[in-house]
Design a protein around this ligand. Structure first.
Ligand SMILES: Nc1ncnc2c1ncn2[C@@H]1O[C@H](COP(=O)(O)OP(=O)(O)OP(=O)(O)O)[C@@H](O)[C@H]1O
Length: 271
């Protein structure tokens, strides 16, 4: 039942029918001192899909995300984004690539001393030489895109609810019209209704903007609601499939995850 990194379905193709892998990981190894976190991780993420990354606590999901975006250097193997090896880039090349992806870290990582609009303008100031008025206009469009009311733009992060802070973080991640959106546990800390609304927003953005989404999550509802494929980090490697193929996996962690009470409830909600 294990699928190879390139054998799973996707919604995007290159001319000639070949799917375009915007992220390609091969033979990835990560070691911190004596602790081996990844050992032989392979993965393709195709343009236009939502890939959910799940796995037990401490299995190395966030580390994998950070390695892909060039924040942590792996101990071995190769990671390509848009065909470029992100493990060997100099600072300027990383900066250029950063304008093609957006990242929403778990806590939103907003600057507390800046308003929502000012937060959204940070990547614009860093990467785009635009007049201030135009940057503010773009920031206002992003506020509306993520479903925040217009008056949220003038507020500071401490004046927003947890769900609104996530949306503000998402607006900032979308500031430069990225091709890939990286999300680290986007629904963590949200109530079920807020989490479902956030999932719906991500699904809508994917469809309307053609985004590729790489999402670390623990949230089974998100997997069923918006993920095209799921990668399970287990025994230092990835098992990649869909909700339909993974429920048939024999591995005890995957069986417990998908067949436990929360897995059954998420599946029933989808049916
Ligand atoms: N910079 C680092 N130096 C040393 N060890 C690290 C570093 N970053 C992460 N680790 C270790 O790597 C392992 C994987 O961490 P990671 O944060 O990726 O887990 P995770 O799967 O995202 O967990 P969770 O679901 O609990 O957030 C952990 O044991 C962590 O302590």
């Amino acid at each position: 039942m294990l699928s190879s990194p390139s054998s799973s379905p996707t919604s995007a193709s290159e001319p000639g029918g070949r799917r375009e892998a915007v992220i390609r990981v091969r033979g990835l190894r990560t070691q911190f001192g004596a602790q081996v976190v990844h050992d032989g991780v392979d993965l393709d993420v195709y343009r236009g899909e939502v890939l959910g990354l799940v796995g037990g606590s401490g299995t190395g999901k966030s580390v994998l995300l950070r390695e892909i975006i060039g924040l942590i250097r792996p101990s071995g193997g190769r990671i390509e984004v848009f065909g470029k090896d992100t493990t060997g880039l100099d600072a300027e090349a990383v900066r250029r690539m950063q304008s093609r992806w957006g990242v929403l870290f778990q806590d939103g990582a907003l600057f507390s001393s800046l308003t929502v609009l000012e937060n959204i303008m940070v990547p614009l100031k860093e990467h785009a030489a635009l007049p201030p008025g135009m940057m503010e206009q773009i920031a206002r469009v992003k506020v509306s895109m993520v479903g925040l009311p217009p008056d949220a733009g003038a507020k500071y992060p401490s004046q927003l609810s947890g769900g609104m802070r996530k949306r503000a973080g998402l607006a900032r991640a979308l500031a430069l019209d990225p091709e890939i959106l990286f999300l680290d546990e986007p629904t963590a800390g949200l109530d079920p209704i807020g989490a479902a609304a956030f999932d719906e927003l991500i699904g809508n953005l994917k469809r309307s903007l053609g985004l590729t989404v790489f999402m670390v999550t623990h949230d089974l509802d998100s997997l069923y609601a918006i993920c095209d494929r799921i990668a399970v980090l287990i025994d230092k490697r990835l098992i990649v499939g869909t909700t339909e193929t993974l429920v048939q996996e024999e591995h005890p962690w995957i069986r417990d995850y998908f067949h436990g009470p929360r897995g059954r409830a998420a599946r029933a909600a989808k049916e």
